[in-house]
Design a protein around this ligand. Structure first.
Ligand code: A2P
Length: 280
């Protein structure tokens, strides 16, 4: 597995298993399958409801904790200095662990119309810096932050975020945010790297899948990897889980990388941190 190295030296695998949606027994089975397929990196969030299932699947696997990379995220109602200190305890308990590899603020605003979101982010981050200092979390970052949200943190906080996890896939590459992060040494991670299947039928993605003799999903995932962006694909099938781990045996040419980067918008989820959900 290839890695990215954060500015504090922590190594983050380039491929992680995305775990949003299935809950309960179904989720334990999916996560057990992902471990069997070879995933050693699980991306979850307090909001997803999948922390207990991941904890159970890992505990049952007998695989040593240090061999697994776990990310979780602070939910909107958990933001704020005191709340964050409490929230991490629930997350650790549900995951049956005593540390996280990476802890993120899930969204920059708890409510779209909160006029005090900047202070809320700063207070939340101060608690995260302390958790990092105590070694309870090995790295800290944010998710769904755009440059203007990041700017607030960079100007007003002691530590800069190490990671920004955003929606990223062909047809929605958020170049302003990616560029902002690259210039400041912040690792970008892709949620929904295949646009939840929506981009797998885009003409350019299909054309390149035929040209390179790989699935459309692999074109999407490899595109992110070549841009130095971590991918967090989800799947419920063993075959596709394995396929999504197998991204290092082909290379997309520079010309085709530029063609993907200039595709018209496609597959956007409708989620934007400053707006109510848009139906797409
Ligand atoms: P499935 O569970 O049937 O594999 P994203 O991570 O971009 O949100 O996309 C997740 C969706 O993409 C899931 O619906 C998953 O369905 C599907 N998917 C995951 N891997 C592949 C693949 N290799 N080929 C086609 N579809 C895939």
């Amino acid at each position: 597995m290839e890695y990215s190295v954060l500015y504090n030296g922590v190594k983050v695998p380039m491929i992680g298993f995305g775990t949003w949606k299935p809950e309960g027994r179904e989720s334990v089975d999916v996560n057990r399958m992902a471990l069997e397929a070879g995933y050693r990196y699980f991306d979850t969030a307090s909001y997803y409801g999948t922390e207990p299932a991941i904890g159970e699947a890992i505990a049952a696997s007998g695989i040593a904790r240090e061999e697994i990379f776990i990310t979780s995220k602070i939910d909107k109602p958990e933001m704020g200095y005191d709340n964050t200190k409490k929230a991490i305890q629930g997350t650790l308990k549900r995951l049956q662990t005593d540390y996280l590899d990476l802890y993120l603020i899930h969204w920059p605003k708890d409510q779209i119309d909160n006029p005090d979101w900047k202070q809320l982010d700063i207070d939340t981050w101060r608690a995260m810096e302390e958790l990092y200092g105590d070694g309870v979390v090995k790295a800290i970052g944010v998710s769904n932050f755009l440059p203007h949200h990041l700017e607030n943190m960079i100007q007003n906080c002691r530590m800069k975020p190490m990671v920004d996890q955003i929606e990223f896939h062909p047809g929605y590459t958020q170049e302003a945010t990616v560029q902002y992060c690259k210039e400041r040494g912040i690792l970008v991670q892709a949620w929904s790297p295949m646009g939840r299947r929506r981009v797998l039928e885009e003409p350019l993605v299909v054309e390149l899948s035929e040209k390179y003799g790989v699935s459309a999903a692999k074109i999407c995932l490899r595109y992110a990897i070549q841009r130095g962006i971590t991918v967090l694909p989800k799947s419920s099938s063993m075959e596709r889980m394995k396929q999504n781990l197998d991204l290092f045996d082909f290379e997309i040419s520079n010309e085709d990388m530029y063609r993907i980067s200039s595709m018209p918008q496609a597959g956007w989820s409708g989620l934007h941190p400053d707006r109510e959900r848009v139906q797409v």
